[in-house]
Design a protein around this ligand. Structure first.
Ligand code: KG4
Ligand code: ZN
Length: 327
């Protein structure tokens, strides 16, 4: 297909727009982060939506300019439909509908998780299915069996917090800033991961995750042993999260019989997690950091395999907060 794909992603606090061609080559990938949420210790949905409204036109203009294309070169508009913050999603969805309708273009609604999976299909280094995919971010943690470029089956997901959320909340308990993952990793560098034995949700059967226990264990350790070395606490806490993610991943590889693994989501930046996963000994693909965290290039990549809706058919499309596509 000729022309390029323009994609928009606004499911959480990053306003993202990207231009990708139909072969999966990234021509631009604009991410405008809203640091305003740092002072609240987490994302405030109404503030996120308001900022998307201010930033989305600029993000689209920048993405087109950086790709050196105009709207007349766009042949498909891709947009995240869900899951995510509904108010935030609606800004991106409205922008995408308006652009597509004005130019008489087809629109491909994309599932955000399918987008994280599709980050692995981008040039110049596409990773071909079948593979097991671990996605761990601030909003979701799941393990999937990716059977094709347009299909995956969720094998397990978190029963409570996402792994990134567990990092963020642990970091807050340790008096670190938001987002907590990178800060906690830095503090943990000087600590002993075996100093405390924090739970790894061994009681949760199958491939689901739970991070409630490790959070409570850190809370009690801080309360009952206030003189504990903070670096030791951070290292032990991180170790428990990493082990839980890795043990589930090993189990999924065993159960599917696959020897190929892809990793996505912001937590994929974690050094000890990367080391632990690459140590499993299967072929492992971790996209560059900018493609692991929320971005619109991954949404464009997924849009290539979605069924596009023709002009007018998409005008009534709604966003969905969780679960499956609400078409
Ligand atoms: O994918 P992402 O940018 O946004 C969401 O969709 O949530 O992920 C952000 C999450 C945050 O919870 C952040 O603390 C975590 O990823 N994170 C990390 C690291 N870098 C980011 N967690 C652990 N170690 C890191 N180095
Ligand atoms: Zn995400």
């Amino acid at each position: 297909m000729s022309g390029v794909i323009l994609a928009i992603e606004t499911s959480c606090d990053d306003t993202c727009a990207a231009v990708v061609d139909h072969e999966g080559r990234i021509l631009s990938n604009v991410i405008s982060s809203q640091s305003i949420h740092d002072r609240y210790g987490g994302v405030v949905p109404e503030i996120a939506a308001r900022h998307h409204l201010e930033l989305v036109d600029v993000a689209v203009e920048d993405a087109l300019a950086q790709a050196d294309v105009g709207l007349e070169d766009v042949s498909l508009v891709g947009v995240t439909q869900g899951p995510g913050l509904v108010g935030a999603l609606l800004i991106g969805l409205s922008e995408a509908k308006a652009i597509a309708a004005a130019r008489d273009l087809p629109l491909a609604p994309v599932d955000h998780l399918q987008g994280h999976v599709a980050a692995n299909f981008l040039a110049p280094d596409p990773f071909e299915p079948p593979f097991v995919c671990l996605i761990a971010s601030g909003g979701h943690t799941l393990i999937a069996h990716v059977t094709g470029r347009d299909a995956f089956r969720v094998l397990g997901s978190t029963l409570d917090d996402a792994a990134g959320e567990a990092f963020d909340k642990g970091a807050r308990m340790l008096g670190l800033g938001y987002p907590g993952g990178p800060a906690l990793q830095r503090l943990a560098e000087g600590g002993d991961p075996d100093a405390h034995r924090f739970p790894t949700a061994d009681g949760v059967a199958g491939l689901d995750f739970s991070f409630a226990g490790v959070k409570t264990a850190l809370l009690y350790a801080l309360r009952d042993r206030p003189d504990s070395d903070r670096a030791d606490l951070a290292a032990s806490y991180q170790h428990a999260i990493v082990e839980q993610l890795a043990v589930r991943t090993e189990r999924a590889l065993r159960e599917t019989g696959l020897e190929r693994l892809a990793v996505g989501g912001g937590v994929a930046a974690n050094g000890p997690l990367r080391a632990r996963l690459t140590g499993i000994g299967v072929e492992t693909h971790i996209p560059p950091h900018a493609l692991c965290t929320d971005n619109a290039a991954m949404i464009a990549s997924a849009a290539r395999y979605a069924t596009p809706l023709l002009p007018a058919a998409y005008l009534g499309l709604d966003a969905y907060a969780s679960g499956e596509r609400g078409l």
